[in-house]
Write a protein that binds this ligand. Structure first.
Ligand SMILES: *[C@@H]1O[C@H](CO)[C@@H](O)[C@H](O)[C@H]1NC(C)=O
Ligand SMILES: *[C@@H]1O[C@H](CO)[C@@H](O)[C@H](O)[C@H]1NC(C)=O
Ligand SMILES: *[C@@H]1O[C@H](CO)[C@@H](O)[C@H](O)[C@H]1NC(C)=O
Ligand SMILES: *[C@@H]1O[C@H](CO)[C@@H](O)[C@H](O)[C@H]1NC(C)=O
Ligand SMILES: *[C@@H]1O[C@H](CO)[C@@H](O)[C@H](O)[C@H]1NC(C)=O
Ligand SMILES: *[C@@H]1O[C@H](CO)[C@@H](O)[C@H](O)[C@H]1NC(C)=O
Ligand SMILES: *[C@@H]1O[C@H](CO)[C@@H](O)[C@H](O)[C@H]1NC(C)=O
Ligand SMILES: *[C@@H]1O[C@H](CO)[C@@H](O)[C@H](O)[C@H]1NC(C)=O
Ligand SMILES: *[C@@H]1O[C@H](CO)[C@@H](O)[C@H](O)[C@H]1NC(C)=O
Ligand SMILES: *[C@@H]1O[C@H](CO)[C@@H](O)[C@H](O)[C@H]1NC(C)=O
Length: 838
């Protein structure tokens, strides 16, 4: 095997060399070389390989000045959309401009007709014989690369962002290097010169997104809770659940990135000082605006001043926190709220008392629910129980809040920029004098009473709605359906918002007869495969839509519960890397689930098939790895419920027409309530080879057990081999990867179909990430958001993996031979799939 690999490598090297000599022929138009500058007078441009972005000279539309700028824009688009500009503050007033590689310092330079340098990449290029070229990549990134040193990137436009935040780009701050990648607006829609607005991450203890006008904040997002920015209303937060990632190393480096598979999607800081998310609607030939920040008047930073709360649904929008009064009543009534409010009754405990312990016995806290918390929070390491005491004990502390995803936040001094929301936000506790709290508590009774009243009305409405809903399948009404609805109601009541119930009701119920017809009476010809709880068939609805129907086997026993679980779980999830549930059917003994149809079937069908695995080239595999991670991240950090998949494996990853991965089979998924992190179960279900040791042996599962399965999948994708197949010296895949890693040969784990010397570094990194995921101790494993960060970053300075958990290293390949892995074998009340093969 190793010999084979080596010869292959030499061959690849040879190929690469030939490639390099002839690249001018193949890549002439996506790069600038020393001998091929771009001249405005010739209308030269670069076009990236995928044809999405173009680089060259342009004049902004509607501009009267007709000045020439060098920039990157979307090609073939009826609306000029520029995403980056080089010489923004030094345009050329005619068409004499040239973009070339400077013969002096080998930087990319923009010069005018009189040989004056207007703009330069201005980096130090290693001394001759280094030559450089400039490449426009498919992502819209323009890179100055060193031709000698493996095409090492010396400068790139993604590290010098202007007005647009494109997919795969990273914005952020780094305290150690002082680097701060922010967006900057144009001066106006027709003038690309540097505008007044900037936007980016602020390096606060709790990072948040800010927009500044001339360095003064005008909008903030609220802190990041690991899922969303808490200062955004529900709908706007949804944007961040889909592939958005914020990484904070707690040592001064914070960065954010996102990936929308389509490049016709971006965030832009417009000259009006707002961030717009836009995506291209081909049929309308127009950009659709997804969200805009700031959105309401209340979003304006500090609108209601210190101790003022803004509520965009009320008039006037500003009011003082209970126990506070306007600092200047005249201004306040004239709707000038910027001076805010002041405390009415002094605190027993105040800063001038020196902040001694226990001084403020008389003071208390008032809870404000669903708030955008004020700016400048201080971090405390206290847990949920200890957090209030931290604030009580310090007289300087004016408020505290605890959020599971953020931790304990304390504030001292004035509280600025608060907003109250309906469905999102976090609970903020503000310190008040004892006297204020008394009036508050009598008020609280009134509030509670009215809330109860409202809840009663809501409950009646829900009941009525449910009745109506239940009536729909009336002709076929039966007991199991009723149980199911009841159970759905149970599962969705409690913490859930009404919107989930609405969603459930929107979930269509199919009639059995319709599904039978669609699948030709579940004919063998239409059988796609055998899922966890029964066979899956391909079908076609009368309207022509293709579907996949999972018919739960009667024998499986716990079918109904699993079905309801799956229906409830999936119906709440919408993500491009998760399979969409279209509906369900329950009639008599029959229980069926209807999914969108995936033409390419499952990942294992490609990965482990000697013929088909060639279709998955390295870039595709990278994309699949990232997609699986993003889907899993969405499951793990869904804002209200954490979902652990528990049966992640290659056969549960489906591929769409473009080979994008979608996670399926949530029948075993376990929904975690808000304050659970780890759960012990007596029923262990899952698939041998993918199960973490703590789950297989002790029934303990957490998101880290999914990470373990993810690690196995990553290694399988890289190698094109199944875990626990017999390997060299009878090692299973994990052991084999670990062995190669220790020998410094990690890259040779890669499938020979995809191996290429130029990917060796990347492959090694991916093996390292895979190994980090399958470490023996759950706490050592990274979480999914870190995995994504590691996959997408160019930072190669990752942690060194420890010994992986190699259970069943005796190579029980039989256990893996069947996908009917969920058939459980009962051993003393604990059913364990893992041991079927032993
Ligand atoms: C240019 O002007 C036209 C007509 O006034 C307007 O419809 C269009 O939106 C403008 N384009 C830009 C990019 O401002
Ligand atoms: C362009 O600008 C230069 C000075 O930078 C000036 O000398 C020249 O006349 C200008 N040309 C035009 C056509 O305005
Ligand atoms: C511009 O500079 C290049 C090299 O530095 C020189 O060859 C060329 O003649 C100059 N052109 C003008 C118009 O000065
Ligand atoms: C290049 O960078 C140096 C310092 O980093 C700066 O002084 C100089 O003005 C820059 N030159 C250009 C052309 O931007
Ligand atoms: C980053 O540096 C700034 C200024 O040096 C400091 O105020 C801030 O707290 C630092 N942030 C972190 C997360 O260390
Ligand atoms: C990109 O975002 C748009 C708009 O939110 C969405 O419709 C589309 O499905 C996304 N594309 C991909 C490939 O995820
Ligand atoms: C309140 O504001 C008004 C208008 O700005 C000002 O004239 C007045 O002096 C202020 N009153 C106090 C008590 O500060
Ligand atoms: C509000 O009051 C502040 C200070 O009292 C003043 O500077 C500002 O101009 C006022 N704003 C408006 C809109 O009147
Ligand atoms: C602090 O409290 C003392 C009484 O305990 C009071 O006299 C003083 O004015 C207060 N100071 C502030 C700034 O609230
Ligand atoms: C409270 O603040 C004062 C000054 O603002 C400071 O001197 C004191 O040390 C602080 N006390 C605590 C406990 O932080």
């Amino acid at each position: 095997m190793v010999v084979l690999l080596n010869t292959r490598r030499h061959f690849v090297l040879l190929l690469a060399t030939v490639f390099c000599f002839s690249f001018r022929l193949c890549f002439g138009e996506d790069r600038i070389t020393f001998t091929t500058p771009i001249k405005d007078s010739n209308s030269d441009t670069l076009l990236c390989k995928s044809g999405v972005f173009r680089f060259g000279f342009f004049t902004p539309v509607n501009s009267t000045a007709k000045l020439r700028y060098v920039g990157i824009w979307y090609d073939k688009m009826p609306i000029q959309t520029v995403v980056w500009v080089a010489n923004k503050d030094s345009p050329i007033n005619d068409t004499s401009g040239v973009v070339s590689i400077s013969s002096e310092d080998r930087n990319l330079v923009v010069t005018d007709g009189r040989n004056r340098t207007l703009w330069s990449t201005n980096v130090t290029v290693p001394v001759a014989p280094t030559t450089t070229w400039v490449l426009l990549m498919d992502t819209g990134n323009l890179a100055l690369q060193d031709s000698r040193n493996n095409g090492e990137t010396l400068w790139e436009s993604f590290k010098h962002p202007y007005n647009s935040f494109l997919p795969k780009m990273t914005l952020g701050t780094n305290n150690r290097t002082g680097e701060n990648l922010k967006l900057t607006s144009w001066k106006s829609y027709t003038d690309p010169s540097t505008g007044d607005y900037t936007a980016g991450l602020a390096p606060y203890t709790f990072p948040e997104l800010l927009i500044w006008k001339n360095d003064v904040p005008i909008w903030r997002s609220g802190p990041w809770n690991g899922q969303v920015f808490v200062g955004l209303p529900d709908v706007d937060s949804l944007l961040f659940l889909d592939g958005f990632n914020l990484n904070n190393d707690n040592q001064g480096t914070v960065s954010m990135s996102y990936a929308n598979g389509s490049f016709m999607y971006h965030f832009n800081l417009d000259p009006d000082g707002a961030i717009y998310q836009r995506d291209w609607r081909a049929p309308m030939r127009d950009w659709r605006i997804g969200v805009r920040f700031p959105k309401t008047d209340c979003d304006a930073y500090g609108k209601c001043g210190p101790y003022g709360i803004c509520n965009s649904r009320e008039d006037p929008q500003c009011k003082c926190v209970k126990g506070f009064v306007p600092s200047n009543a005249t201004e306040w009534s004239a709707r000038n709220w910027s001076n805010g409010c002041v405390r009415r009754a002094m605190l027993k405990c105040n800063a001038s008392n020196g902040g001694g312990r226990g001084v403020g016995k008389g003071d208390g806290f008032m809870k404000l629910e669903r708030m955008k918390v004020p700016i400048n929070a201080i971090q405390s390491l206290a847990n949920e129980q200890a957090c209030p005491q931290q604030c009580t004990d310090n007289c300087n502390c004016t408020a505290y809040a605890y959020d599971k995803g953020i931790g304990c936040m304390l504030w001292s001094g004035s509280l600025v920029d608060m907003q109250s929301f309906v469905g999102s936000g976090i609970d903020l506790n503000i310190r008040l004098a004892h006297s204020e709290l008394k009036t508050h508590s009598s008020l609280a009774i009134v509030i509670t009473a009215s809330v109860l009243g409202a809840a009663f009305v809501a409950a009646v409405c829900v009941l009525l709605a449910c009745r109506r809903f239940r009536k729909r399948p009336e002709p076929k009404k039966d007991r199991s359906a009723e149980i199911m609805f009841k159970r759905m109601e149970e599962l969705t009541s409690g913490n859930e918002s009404a919107s989930n119930q609405v969603k459930l009701k929107e979930l269509p119920l199919f009639e059995f007869q319709v599904l039978a017809t669609a699948t030709d009476s579940f004919s063998l010809r239409n059988k796609l495969g055998q899922g966890g709880f029964g066979p899956v068939y391909k079908g076609k609805l009368p309207e022509g839509q293709e579907i996949a129907v999972k018919r739960l086997s009667r024998a499986s026993g716990q079918g109904l519960e699993e079905l309801m679980n799956e229906v409830v779980v999936i119906s709440k999830l919408q993500h491009r890397n998760l399979v969409k549930l279209l509906g369900c059917c329950i009639e008599g003994e029959e229980r069926l689930l209807v999914y969108e149809y995936m033409s390419k079937k499952s990942l294992d069908a490609y990965l482990f098939d000697p013929l088909k695995q060639k279709i998955l080239d390295w870039k595709t595999r990278l994309n699949i790895m990232e997609g699986i991670c993003r889907g899993l991240l969405y499951l793990h950090r869904d804002s209200r419920l954490k979902i652990i998949h528990r049966d992640l494996k290659a056969s549960n990853i489906l591929l769409d027409d473009n080979l994008n991965p979608k996670i399926s089979d949530f029948g075993l998924a376990r929904v975690f309530r808000a304050n659970e992190d780890e759960v012990n179960t007596r029923r262990v279900v899952g698939t041998y080879g993918y199960m973490s040791p703590e789950y297989a042996m002790e029934g303990l599962f957490s998101e880290k057990s999914d990470v373990f399965s993810l690690g196995v999948i990553l290694l399988e994708i890289i190698s094109g081999r199944k875990n626990s197949h017999k390997e060299e010296n009878n090692l299973n895949l994990l052991a084999y990867a670990w062995k190669l890693w220790n020998e410094g040969e990690a890259a040779s784990l890669a499938d020979t179909n995809v191996f290429d010397e130029s990917f060796a570094k990347e492959i090694t990194k991916c093996v390292q990430i895979g190994l980090l995921c399958v470490q023996e101790v759950a706490n050592d494993r990274p979480n999914v958001s870190t995995v994504i960060w590691m996959l997408t970053t160019e930072n190669t300075n990752l942690k060194k993996p420890k010994q992986p958990a190699i259970i069943g290293r005796r190579g029980a390949s039989e256990a893996e031979s069947s996908d009917q892995s969920s058939q459980k074998v009962s051993i003393n009340d604990v059913s364990l799939t893992a041991v079927t093969g032993r």
